[in-house]
Design a protein around this ligand. Structure first.
Ligand SMILES: *[C@@H]1O[C@H](CO)[C@@H](O)[C@H](O)[C@H]1NC(C)=O
Ligand SMILES: *[C@@H]1O[C@H](CO)[C@@H](O)[C@H](O)[C@H]1NC(C)=O
Ligand SMILES: *[C@@H]1O[C@H](CO)[C@@H](O)[C@H](O)[C@H]1NC(C)=O
Ligand SMILES: *[C@@H]1O[C@H](CO)[C@@H](O)[C@H](O)[C@H]1NC(C)=O
Ligand SMILES: *[C@@H]1O[C@H](CO)[C@@H](O)[C@H](O)[C@H]1NC(C)=O
Ligand SMILES: *[C@@H]1O[C@H](CO)[C@@H](O)[C@H](O)[C@H]1NC(C)=O
Ligand SMILES: *[C@@H]1O[C@H](CO)[C@@H](O)[C@H](O)[C@H]1NC(C)=O
Ligand SMILES: *[C@@H]1O[C@H](CO)[C@@H](O)[C@H](O)[C@H]1NC(C)=O
Length: 644
């Protein structure tokens, strides 16, 4: 009490000072200055267009992307607290694993109605991936070794994946699955032995998180990454609708269509060259992992690989463990395997693989994609902030980033739900987060590269650029200020983020469809404007023509135009006249109340219309399209069978 009273006697000027220092800190941390200086985006974009650099994330000759506040008042109503799942009904694991061993957790015994271990019989079996034979066989078959090896209190494991079974009087009371990361370094492979050690590459992805949603959901992680000097790419614009068309460019430098024609052909992906193949050819060890892998990049409606693509792979473990001990199912994902949250298990795996590589003293390329935490719900990623923070913190503090380039990234923002029908939600969907962190030593010796990366954080960038950037890391010490500058041709589709992205870059030269382009300024137009109605009718006709061969699907009609905007092209900034106008419209169709978003280009002289990119679906189709399997057309199909 006393101390309280005396505190209030501190002269008010000091309090004022503390207040202002606090305010400065707050403004700096949350980068709020623009928010106070400028009105809410979405309300008054014209205002932005008149302003100089402030108010824009990207402001170049070819592109302007407005600054938006993560907690804009059009968005706050969609943000709420999300409760983490309860795994395995709250029953803890009977066994746990560390880097080398499996061991009994004594304190769990009462949860299995046991007071001691004398009646407990546990054994483990190795589970392994089986190579696929037929060209269209799915990459999801596994082999469980019949031999079940007994375990007591603890045991060393040298397998990749194991299934453990515990019995009391022949009754199974516990099953679980664990991964390990045994050494696979083949001492015969010639190790890279340059004077300068090769740089490892660690790419960690989080599905469907916009840059702003990362700031809302994972502020601690963002603050930490910023603190360790990771560079945030503010103008990273997606190039396709969902995960596949946005990650294929990162991994292969190709579009989905180019990949299909050149090496995939709708079969297995083995003949394609992905980043891990490029690094493998230089003698690196490789790892690729996904969770929720049943809907994984190469597996959802696709056939995967006939042979395991990388030295270590989490996706296979994830698939089999979800089949055996998956639980706490929500929407599209099993949130837990046994008593562990899937995304936490995945982060631990990543940590263990990097540890293995360090112990084996081998350079590595690793690409990991997490969906279980973020795929389905806007607000769920917040439950992982602490875990991701700790994950990055221990990588950094334990020296794992000393010689490793870290990329933390997403593919797009949330693609459906109410937020998608706001202006900001639509922009966010097209602007996923990307952080790139260079090792301190490398930065010190290559200041030009680090500087270009920072300058490019305020440029329009794409997944194609990320591919070029990673490819540069195959030979990171040959990048000199001479050769990085020579590769800034305006018309290059992908430009390494280590060179300078030209100021004149537009969505067109960067191969971003108008539908996904966030460079354009836009203005609202009346929903009953005749040009809007024409465009809306055109969209519905297009969907019907896509569905015309599918007799299972109902003919769609226009129910309502929900929103319409006319886009002014980035080139308008450079005063170039265009012969067309792009309308971005949101329509609802019947039957089924599907909500769709499309960009329709209208040629000014004449009546020709053209759909730019694909038609996005903003609400879930759920079971409406269960009568067909084509996953592109599922977005549009309403099954006639639902009429009866
Ligand atoms: C893993 O657990 C085993 C058994 O409890 C123990 O002997 C070993 O030291 C632990 N290893 C590590 C790396 O923590
Ligand atoms: C677990 O309990 C057993 C006896 O039931 C004991 O021998 C063992 O040391 C205990 N282990 C730990 C880690 O407390
Ligand atoms: C333990 O015993 C209780 C009460 O008999 C029973 O409901 C529960 O299912 C048992 N748990 C296990 C893991 O066997
Ligand atoms: C199954 O496991 C046993 C014991 O570890 C091993 O000897 C055997 O080769 C394994 N079988 C196959 C088909 O991998
Ligand atoms: C590779 O060789 C080193 C020593 O030269 C040895 O310690 C290590 O166990 C070997 N690794 C494998 C996988 O054979
Ligand atoms: C890869 O290419 C070879 C040679 O053209 C072909 O025989 C093989 O079937 C292809 N594999 C896959 C998985 O497409
Ligand atoms: C492109 O590189 C050249 C040097 O080769 C440099 O003079 C020029 O400023 C660069 N252009 C841009 C737009 O960065
Ligand atoms: C589908 O609906 C449109 C109106 O949106 C109508 O003009 C067209 O004739 C219908 N087609 C069929 C095959 O019923």
């Amino acid at each position: 009490m006393d101390s309280n009273e005396s505190r209030w006697r501190v002269p008010s000027t000091i309090w004022l000072l503390i207040f202002f220092v606090g305010l400065l800190y707050f403004l700096n941390v949350f980068q709020i200055e623009e928010y106070y200086t400028y009105p809410t985006p979405g309300r008054s974009e014209k205002f932005y267009a008149k302003e100089s650099l402030k108010g824009f994330l990207v402001k170049t000759k070819g592109c302007r992307i407005p600054y938006m506040h993560p907690m804009d008042k059009t968005i706050t109503k969609y943000i709420f607290k999300y409760d983490p799942p309860v795994c395995n009904n709250g029953i803890p694991s009977l066994y746990e694993s560390n880097f080398t061993s499996l061991y009994l957790v004594n304190s769990s015994l009462p949860h299995y109605n046991l007071t001691d271990t004398k009646d407990l019989k546990c054994c483990y079996q190795e589970v392994s991936r089986r190579d696929v034979k037929g060209p269209k066989d799915n990459d999801n078959s596994f082999f469980t070794n019949k031999t079940c090896t007994n375990i007591g209190e603890s045991t060393n494991i040298d397998k990749n994946y194991i299934l453990i079974t515990c019995r009391v009087n022949k009754h199974v009371i516990y099953t679980d699955m664990f991964w390990f990361v045994p050494s696979k370094v083949n001492n015969k492979t010639e190790m890279i032995n340059d004077v300068t050690p090769p740089l490892n590459v660690l790419m960690v992805g989080l599905d469907a998180v916009s840059r702003l949603n990362l700031h809302r959901q994972m502020p601690k992680t963002v603050a930490y990454l910023t603190q360790i000097d990771a560079v945030e790419m503010l103008g990273y614009n997606k190039v396709g609708d969902n995960t596949f068309p946005n990650l294929i460019p990162v991994l292969s430098g190709l579009t989905e269509g180019e990949l299909k024609d050149s090496c995939w052909h709708g079969k297995h992906f083995d003949n394609c060259t992905f980043l891990w193949n490029m690094f493998k050819n230089k003698g690196y060890m490789t790892s690729f992992g996904e969770d929720s892998s049943w809907m994984g990049l190469f597996n959802y409606m696709r056939h995967g690989f006939s042979r395991q693509p990388t030295d270590y792979a989490y996706g296979y473990f994830n698939r089999i463990s979800e089949q055996k001990v998956g639980n706490a199912h929500s929407m599209n994902v099993d949130q837990c395997i046994g008593s562990r949250e899937v995304y936490k298990d995945f982060l631990e795996y990543i940590g263990s693989v990097t540890r293995r590589f360090r112990m084996d003293n081998t350079p590595y390329f690793a690409f990991y994609w997490g969906a279980s935490l973020s795929h389905d719900y806007l607000n769920k990623p917040s439950t992982g902030d602490e875990s991701y923070l700790e994950f990055f913190r221990s990588l950094y503090e334990d020296g794992y980033l000393d010689n490793t380039v870290l990329v933390f990234m997403s593919d797009h923002g949330i693609r459906w739900g109410s937020i998608r029908q706001t202006y900001q939600g639509r922009m966010e969907e097209r602007l996923p987060f990307v952080f790139v962190r260079l090792p301190d030593d490398y930065k010190k010796h290559h200041p030009q590269i680090y500087n270009n990366l920072k300058v490019n954080s305020h440029k329009l960038t794409t997944p194609f650029d990320l591919h070029e950037t990673m490819a540069d890391l195959l030979d990171p010490y040959s990048l000199t200020s001479d050769n990085i500058h020579s590769r800034n041709d305006t018309n290059d589709r992908g430009i390494s983020l280590f060179s300078q992205i030209p100021d004149t870059r537009t969505c067109e030269t960067a191969a971003i469809d108008a539908h996904w382009c966030t460079c354009q300024q836009s203005q609202e137009v009346a929903e009953d404007d005749p040009k809007v109605l024409e465009a809306a009718a055109f969209v519905v006709r297009r969907m019907n023509s896509l569905l015309k061969d599918l007799t299972e699907c109902a003919n769609l009609t226009l129910d309502a135009v929900l929103n319409a905007r006319v886009m002014s092209h980035a080139d308008a900034i450079t005063n170039k006249k265009h012969e067309f106008e792009d309308y971005m419209i949101t329509v609802r169709t019947a039957p089924g109340e599907g909500v769709f978003e499309s960009t329709v280009r209208r040629v000014l002289e004449g009546t020709a219309h053209e759909i730019m990119g694909t038609i996005s679906r903003l609400n879930l189709y759920g079971k409406q399209s269960k009568c067909i399997t084509d996953f592109h057309l599922k977005l549009y199909c309403y099954c006639k069978s639902l009429f009866f």
